[in-house]
Design a protein around this ligand. Structure first.
Ligand code: PMP
Length: 445
């Protein structure tokens, strides 16, 4: 084993300095700044297959996959060809086109929904789905779960996960905005319950159910790290439908990732509305929400709930989404391969952490995985409160150990990683070798 010398970061450092002058924190989305793990964020020059290359020319095995969209790997030939084909015909029409119809047909067929509306981001999808639920039910309140993240619309920045987990003060009780600039009056319309706490949800619904327009949830959480729902919690979620509230599955992360029909298909859910993003756009900006016709027909111009977008249904984005979903559908073993790879990574992590005597509790489902740096049985981390017990300093040190060895893990304890179809045994072996070394670093050996 050769001594570890960290790859150069001069160009990333220089870019970060310039970026901070002209962009808040130097980044266009907070987690990219490496705030919770420290060090210089790597500015990425290019991405192919399972690899990222940074501005200094260092190649990394990529485990964030642009935070989910790149399920086929970066620069997949089918997606690249579809985009360049679409490019010949113009980049935006501001009028409907055939690709929107094709993608809507494909999405509704794969997800057993009647109708879908495309947006340009996951945030717009969840924000719009909630407006629709309020318009449809004539009710005001929404319920979300602590540490779940549904994008950055005002009413959803309440006890939110993802980049906000590092900001939460840990106080339970009244719903607190997770961001400055969100009026308490908005936050007061969002009730918060604990994930995987069926009694808590039942109690909340018993008290306020008649005022609740929608309960929105991550069917598998990625934004507090991976949290997997219990069957009892899923039953309690479906009970909210008896109170006349719409159940909204936020599948922005899990859609087309945990199966061709997302977590909904994998876990047998019956939501009223589903939100998508990420994979549905194949790496270009797309979100969507859909459900049964009776509800979706409330959306403008058919119904009274307004929602719009200059670039919604953008032809390049539709082309990338179509190519991605068609490739997924054409390869029935793909999800099994992703899961096999991720299970091996998960098993390797468990074994290596045990050997190194580093307390780690692993949650994994399909191609999503989080090692929580805490002393708890594997699979036992089930809520925000559980996740928050993790040793974020140990995680940060481990993350840096991986990064310096060419493994680009998610730069926060409270995120999932995403394995792609481009990850093979070669990447798995290299990753586990780096994991072993990074764990050894933690012990100072
Ligand atoms: N919902 C979930 C579950 C997400 O994971 C995300 C983004 N990570 C969003 C919504 C917001 O999507 P976007 O970043 O595209 O606005």
């Amino acid at each position: 084993i050769t001594a570890q010398t960290s790859p150069p970061t001069e160009r990333s450092e220089a870019l970060f300095t310039r970026a901070r002058t002209v962009t808040p924190g130097g980044v266009n989305s907070p987690v990219r700044a490496f705030k919770s793990v420290g060090g210089t964020p790597r500015f990425i020059r290019e991405a192919h297959g399972a690899y990222l290359t940074d501005a200094d020319g260092t190649r990394f095995i990529d485990y964030i996959g642009s935070w989910g969209p790149m399920i086929l790997g970066h620069d997949h030939p089918a997606v690249r060809e579809a985009i360049s084909d679409a490019l010949q015909y113009g980049t935006s029409f501001g009028a409907p086109g055939e690709r929107e119809v094709e993608l809507a047909e494909l999405v509704t067929r794969l997800t057993h929904t009647d109708k879908v509306r495309f947006t340009s981001s996951g945030t717009e999808a969840t924000m719009s789905a909630l407006r629709l639920a309020r318009g449809f039910t004539g009710r005001k309140l929404i319920v979300k779960f602590r540490g779940n993240y549904h994008g950055h619309a005002d009413g959803l920045l309440v006890e939110a996960g993802s980049g906000l987990m590092t900001n939460l003060d840990g106080g339970l009780g009244a719903a607190a905005p997770s961001s400055a600039g969100v009026p308490e009056e908005y936050a007061a319309l969002t009730l918060v319950s604990e994930y995987n706490d069926p009694q808590g949800l039942d109690t909340l619904m018993a008290e306020r159910g008649a005022e609740v327009a929608a309960v929105i949830f991550e069917p598998v959480v990625g934004n507090a790290g991976v949290l997997i729902p219990t069957p009892e919690f899923l039953e309690a979620l479906h009970r909210v439908q008896n109170a006349g509230a719409l159940l909204i599955a936020d599948e922005v992360m899990t859609g087309f990732r945990l199966s061709l029909n997302g977590a909904t298909g994998r876990l047998g859910l019956r939501p009223d509305l589903i939100c998508w993003g990420k994979i549905i756009g194949g790496g270009l900006p797309v979100g969507a929400y859909g459900g049964r016709a009776e509800v979706m027909d409330f959306v403008s111009p058919q119904g009274p709930v307004y929602q719009a977008g200059t670039l919604s249904g953008n032809p390049l984005a539709m082309a990338a989404g179509l190519a991605t979903l068609r490739t997924l559908e054409a390869d029935p073993d793909l999800y099994t391969r992703l899961e096999t790879y991720t299970t091996r990574l998960s098993d390797g992590l468990k074994t290596l952490a045990a050997e190194a005597g580093v307390p780690v509790s692993v949650n994994q489902i399909g191609s999503m995985l989080t090692p929580f740096f805490q002393d708890a049985p594997h699979g036992s981390v089930r809520s925000y409160t559980d996740a928050a017990r993790s040793d974020t300093r140990a995680f940060a040190a481990w993350f840096q150990g991986l990064l310096s060895r060419g493994i680009y893990w998610a730069p926060s304890q409270f995120e999932s990683i995403f394995v792609s179809a481009a990850h093979t045994g070669v990447e798995l072996d290299a990753t586990l070798q780096a994991v072993r070394a990074a764990l050894a670093d933690l012990n100072g050996t």
